[in-house]
Design a protein around this ligand. Structure first.
Ligand code: UDP
Ligand code: MG
Length: 344
């Protein structure tokens, strides 16, 4: 028999101490980083002294990432691997990690050591003091390229102006979530997930821990302009309908101004006998209005494509292999649909 929600069942079935930690790490082409990352993380975790598991998600890497994690998992039973059938993106990887985690607290951090594991001491402190979302707040974005910095700052400014949800400033994917928050996030059914918005939407007691982002250890950031563009459109579309509604007002404004312009042309003809200036003004008007209409149509299309994605209800990710889960919890080995499942 297969049971599904709530995911907290997974946690409750395990007889862990009341402060069991799950560390969730998305990995995409991180072969050179895995070992140094695990060494540094393990040192910190040992010092913290809480029982824990480290879940590494191989997001369809094209290098040796999965093999290296599998080797580490053989040596160290707290290390677990979820391998995706292809690259599904960081958000999907994080979701898989949360769904497979069994800790009362779940920590998310990047595998490239840009999120220094030493900050976890403060995270745990905050968690023990009763906070439910403890997040690393980036002090500076100096390590990022100028282009990305300008785009992301601009994006957050516009987003916070037009959306009801206020994203926490400096929030990244470096956080500790209490089990309550993890369950809330996992219970949200949407397929297109703008997680930063979701963290803000769920509420709970928050604590910001300022930290300096370090340089990427090896390799290159998986981000590019198109990923950023998709990220931004996902954000706007999943957290508000202003881009959709604004066309009514633009249309109204244009109708009114063309009405006024029409009146002006008639008046000119009657009073001064002027002919309407011809070809250039017509061309300009046609081009302008077709542009505006296409833009409006495009935005409606963006919403429609997302509605289609939600309606299809495809899984967020497909798992090709998991290692290490059968020993400590009951998560199924053959979890291939991106939902929480328990093997009977
Ligand atoms: N990542 C992933 N899937 C992707 C891209 C990135 O799992 O498609 C992981 C990556 O391995 C890293 C984290 O997400 O652990 C952050 O990615 P990256 O360093 O490329 O992004 P940045 O730090 O520049 O935001
Ligand atoms: Mg990085």
């Amino acid at each position: 028999m297969i049971a599904s929600y709530p995911p907290s069942i997974i946690a409750n079935e395990n007889q862990h101490s009341d402060k069991f930690l799950s560390i969730v790490v998305p990995c995409y082409n991180e072969a050179d980083n895995i070992k140094p990352f695990l060494t540094r993380l393990s040192n910190v975790l040992n010092e913290i002294g809480l029982e824990h598991e480290i879940i590494l998600i191989d997001d369809g890497s094209r290098d040796e990432t999965a093999r290296i994690i599998a080797e580490e998992a053989l040596i160290n039973p707290v290390i677990k691997l979820i391998s995706f059938s292809r690259n599904f993106g960081k958000e999907a990887a994080l979701n898989a990690g949360l769904a497979h985690s069994s800790g009362n607290g779940v920590i998310q951090l990047d595998a490239d050591l840009q999120h220094p594991p030493e900050v976890l001491f403060d995270f745990i402190e905050g968690w023990k003091n009763g906070h439910e979302i403890i997040y690393g707040e980036r002090r500076s974005r100096a390590y990022e390229g100028f282009f990305k910095r300008v785009l992301t700052t601009g994006f957050y400014k516009v987003f916070s102006t037009i959306s009801d949800v206020k994203i926490m400033r400096g929030l990244g994917d470096f956080l500790l979530l209490d089990r309550k928050v993890v369950d809330a996030i996992l219970a949200l059914p949407e397929r297109e997930r703008f997680t930063k918005g979701l963290y803000a939407w769920v509420g709970f007691k928050r604590l910001a821990v300022p930290f300096d982002v370090e340089e990427r250890l090896h390799g290159q950031s998986g981000w590019n302009f198109f990923k950023l563009y998709k990220f931004a459109t996902d954000a706007f579309i999943s957290f508000g309908s202003i881009p959709l509604k604004v066309w009514t007002y633009i249309g109204l404004l244009m109708a009114l101004s063309s009405f006024a312009y029409g009146g002006m042309v008639i008046l000119q003809r009657l009073l001064f006998g002027n002919d309407v200036p011809g070809y250039p003004s017509l061309m300009a008007a046609i081009c302008f209005f077709s542009g505006v209409q296409l833009l409006g149509l495009g935005i409606v299309g963006e919403y429609l494509s997302r509605v289609l994605t939600e309606v299809k209800q495809r899984p967020l990710y497909l798992v090709s292999e998991t290692i290490g889960f059968d020993k400590n919890n009951k998560t199924s080995e053959k979890d291939t649909d991106g939902k929480q499942r328990l093997a009977s």
